[in-house]
Each structure stands twice: as C-alpha cells, then as structure tokens.
Design a protein around this ligand. Structure first.
Ligand code: MRU
Length: 332
C-alpha cells in the first residue's frame, strides 16, 4: 500500500520481517501518523495482536506467522508458542490457520523466515485475485458501502473488500464509497478512509447509524470482509455488519463478503458456534483516553457479530465468487 513514512513515500505492508525483527505499522496511530513498531519476541507480537497494534483477520494471520518464525529462530518450544499466539484473539480464523500453517512448515524443516515471508506473500496474492474477481461487479457510477477496514492494513496488502475497489478504480471505473465510521475503535473512519484517500477513491465517512438512511437513498452494492466463515455460510465480521446485511436485504441491495480461503472454517458448522470476542468496555466509554460516558454506567463491547448465510449474495474469494450454497467447493 502507498504510505508516507517519516516524510518518505513508500510502498509498505502491514507487517514484515527485517533485521531479525518483526516490523509492523501501528494501526492505532493512524491516520495521524504512520508509525512503525518492531518486535524481537513472539510474545510481543502476540500482544500486538491482542492490543490491536495490528488487526484485520489476514494481517493477524501474517503477524502470527512471523511470531512463529521468531519462536523458531529463538529456539522456543513451538507447541507452547503456538498456544500462546493462538490465545491472542478468538474470532479471526486466520490466526489459527497461520499458526497451523507455520507449525506444519517448521516440522518439515522449512527456513522460518522463508516460510513466514511465503505465508505473507500468499495472502497478498490471494487478495489480488479477490480484487480481480470483485472488480467485475463494480460498474461506473455505482454507490458502494463498506464497514470496518478490510483494506491493505487488514490483509498485509491490497485488501479484501477494498481490493475490488482498488482494482476497479485502477481500471478507470469511477464510483463512490460510503464508509461507516465503525465505533468503538473507528476502523472505518481512521483506516478505510485513510486508504481510500491514499488511492484517490471518492468516498465519505458516515455515522454507523446512518447506513440505513443512505441505503434508502440508493446504494448499489455492499462489500465487507469477514473474520470467520462457518460451513453453512454464516459469517462473523465487525459488530454492525449484521445490521447492514439485514437492511440491505430489505432494500434488495446485493451484499458481498470478500475473504480468502484462510477465513473459511469448515470445522465450525454454523454461526452460532463462532466465538465472539468481548473487548474492554473502556473502548466504548473512553475516546482518546477521555471518559465520555457517565461515571457509574457500564458498557458492553462485543467486537463482532454473526450474519446468517441467507443475507449474503456471494463470497468473493481468490477462487472466484461463490454463493453461500457453493462454499463447500473451496473446502480443503
Ligand atoms: O477488530 P478488527 O479490527 O480486527 O476487525 C476486523 C474486521 O472485522 C474485518 O472486517 C475483518 O477482519 C476482515 S479484514 C480483511
């Protein structure tokens, strides 16, 4: 992705390996600053996943792959490291997929850095394919909507939901994107809008509560990402996704989910079996470390919700666009 780091325009990824360390963009500092953090211990990387220095299912996966790489390079117990890393966050399937991928590669004697770099590149290639398939759905003059950040920051590079937008804009198509702010951590406002600005893609940030209003005014298509897709096609994504899918159905607006195969979990039969992460209430009651909620009021903070398969028009994957009834085709 394009970014200006310390005054220099660079092509940068969400997480990478350099000089024996895991490097990553501190996504908590965006859009004000493109800050880069470095880690030399696998537990530090696991903590960076937990505290959302890095976030977004495929980027969490790539970070987990690099954490396993560090554990191997430092001669740590890999079974223990795998458990520690998997404990960082519960919902995104990519975290578990990446750790198992690396455990397999390392048990075959693969070079840890080569294996982790290979995993990261594999994610980027999958997202490019998702962009190609998804761009065909985007027509000139369309009004699109997206929620949270499923862009390059969330996927190592290119994006999932944002990949078709990047690709279509690059093809010369012109369209407009409603970006819902995505309370409480504002991934839409602070990350997706930042990426669309970098690309020069026309967009506007809307309050989460305004999504139905703009759908009633005319939205042609909604594209979001996903954190875990169950065998029956139900999927978990950022809290607020279910609302949008429900309203989209009401207005007959196509609702697409862009995700690589690493996000599909065929061991989870249905959405009700997906573990929803509950995060700290201070993410709701505080903004920039200032309490905005009345003292004495508690808050609840589920990070994700589950959207039933019947509200999904299609899954945009690296293997093509699939109806919910067709996802068994990508079962590995
Ligand atoms: O809590 P986050 O920021 O990790 O949640 C991210 C999302 O819900 C994304 O939409 C999802 O991970 C897909 S990223 C391609």
């Amino acid at each position: 992705m394009k970014a200006t780091v310390s005054g220099e325009n660079r092509d940068i990824r969400a997480v990478w390996f350099e000089g024996g360390k895991v490097m990553m963009i501190d996504q908590r500092k965006l859009p004000a600053e493109v800050a880069v953090k470095s880690f030399s211990g696998y537990m530090d990387v696991a903590e960076a996943i937990r505290n959302m220095t890095v976030r977004g299912a495929p980027s969490i996966g790539a970070s987990a792959a690099y954490a396993m790489c560090l554990a191997a390079l430092k001669g740590c117990d890999l079974t223990e490291a795998a458990e520690d890393i998997k404990a960082a966050r519960p919902t995104a399937n990519d975290l578990f997929y990446a750790v198992d991928y690396m455990a397999g590669k390392l048990s075959e004697g693969a070079d840890p850095v080569v294996a982790a770099d290979g995993y990261a590149q594999m994610m980027v290639d999958k997202c490019s394919r998702i962009g190609e398939f998804g761009a065909e759905l985007i027509k000139d003059g369309m009004k699109l909507m997206t929620h949270c950040n499923a862009g390059a920051l969330a996927t190592e590079d290119v994006g999932t939901a944002l990949a078709p937008m990047r690709k279509a804009w690059g093809q010369g198509k012109r369209f407009f994107v409603y970006v819902s702010e995505t309370r409480p951590r504002l991934q839409g406002m602070q990350l997706t809008a930042w990426e669309l600005n970098q690309e020069g893609i026309d967009h506007a940030i809307i309050p989460d509560g305004a999504s139905a209003y703009y759908m009633s005014q005319g939205v042609d298509m909604i594209i979001t990402g996903a954190d875990r897709i169950a065998e029956n096609g139900d999927f978990a994504n950022k809290i607020g996704t279910f609302d949008k899918a429900r309203v989209a159905k009401h207005f007959g607006i196509p609702f697409y989910v862009a995700a690589p195969i690493s996000t599909f979990d065929f061991n989870t039969k249905a959405g009700k079996d997906i573990v929803i992460e509950q995060r700290s209430e201070t993410e709701v009651t505080m903004v920039k470390n200032i309490r905005i909620a009345p003292v004495g009021s508690k808050a609840l903070n589920p990070a994700f919700d589950v959207t039933p398969a019947e509200l999904v028009t299609g899954f945009i994957t690296e293997k093509g666009i699939l109806k919910p009834s067709e996802i068994h085709k990508v079962k590995q």
